[in-house]
Design a protein around this ligand. Sequence first.
Ligand SMILES: Cc1cc2nc3c(=O)[nH]c(=O)nc-3n(C[C@H](O)[C@H](O)[C@H](O)COP(=O)(O)OP(=O)(O)OC[C@H]3O[C@@H](n4cnc5c(N)ncnc54)[C@H](O)[C@@H]3O)c2cc1C
Length: 390
Amino acid sequence: MTKTVRADVAIVGAGIVGLSTAWRLQQAGKRVAVLERGIIGAEASGRNGSGVRQQGRVLPEMPLARAAIRLWGGLDAELGRPTGYRRNGHLYVAETNAEMDRLVAMREAELPTGLVTELIGPNRVKELAPGITDAIVGAKYCPEDGSADASTATTAIAAAAEEAGAQIFCHQPAVEMLVEQGRMVGVASKDIRIEAPIVLIAAGPWSPYVAQLADVYLPIYPSRAVLMRTEALPPVATPFVQTASMDMAVLQLADGTVRMGAAADAADYTRFTYDKSLAGPIEAQPRPARAITVFPALAEARLVGMWAGIRECTPDMMPILGPVVGPEGLLVAAGFSGHGFALGPLAGRLMSDWIVKGDPGMDLSAFAYRRFLRREGPLSVVQLRVEQTG
Ligand SMILES: Cc1cc2nc3c(=O)[nH]c(=O)nc-3n(C[C@H](O)[C@H](O)[C@H](O)COP(=O)(O)OP(=O)(O)OC[C@H]3O[C@@H](n4cnc5c(N)ncnc54)[C@H](O)[C@@H]3O)c2cc1C
């Protein structure tokens, strides 16, 4: 028998974005019910690289990245639980002079946003990352950036949301949007009918399928990424390290284990990639050669884990935040394009303020759904990609 739940806001998706929104809304006195297809935080929010950074973000997104860092700084205290957040810094390393020039230009472009980063030479790089190759030319360092623990942080936010009164229904995929006379009146799974005048889609890469239930097209496409984890090692690097060419990422966690992004499909977020060489058991994996080139200290390390996750990308690699052109009361917070762990807790606050106060408190016009609209209707992802590349 279907159970009916009445709420002020229904949320689809219990990833870091949906959960953060639920928590903030409950704190603001709203009743929230969440439908989750699987279990809490089991998709990208619990599997990501755990990076919480500002540098390298596309410039329109920088105000969000900067506000997110401020929020992370007080998040453990607000939640009353640890998230694993550390300001351990973020390093972009250059292997050639041309790459260093690009980092210098990136720094210049970021300065007007208020982000001040340091250009450092090989000796300082070695101090920060003792396991790194001697072949590094220099680096761009942001000491304010850092990392958290993806799964710990997401479950901490879920626990806080539930403690504040949010109802989270797991194993309940949304299969029907309830729309009456052009307005949202709820959302339903097979077993649960949530009656609510506001519905937020926060279903990561699956958001388009959920939006489609209300005849709304969302230009978000999935992109797979693979991470590997080594056994605990002596100090390899304190900051989160990425190559300037963005084809490798390494983070040593507080317990000494090292997480690394596999090169094969880490580099190009904009392509529909599926590299079969990275599927299958760990034993069958080729050594993550790129990481070893940059960190020879990893050459002998034993891999103890490998997993993949699905990022949710938009054509301009920026999220869609706010109302859609569709039924009144339907909102979206999705399409974070690989940045959603860092931005998730802030997105929750913005969406909650938008719903409760009618004002997110920041200019979110760059993230409006409307940017993808044309007079004839929204362009498809494929059309948009052709427009951008062609
Ligand atoms: C390998 C990897 C590394 C990454 N590294 C970083 C990083 O270092 N820093 C960073 O900031 N970001 C990173 N990201 C991106 C980041 O993880 C995501 O942007 C973020 O987690 C998105 O959160 P979300 O809540 O929007 O979506 P998700 O975590 O994908 O959650 C969406 C939820 O919706 C649920 N759902 C789907 N369909 C339905 C339905 N019909 N009904 C109900 N529920 C549904 C899903 O089950 C899921 O739980 C990485 C991602 C991956 C995969």
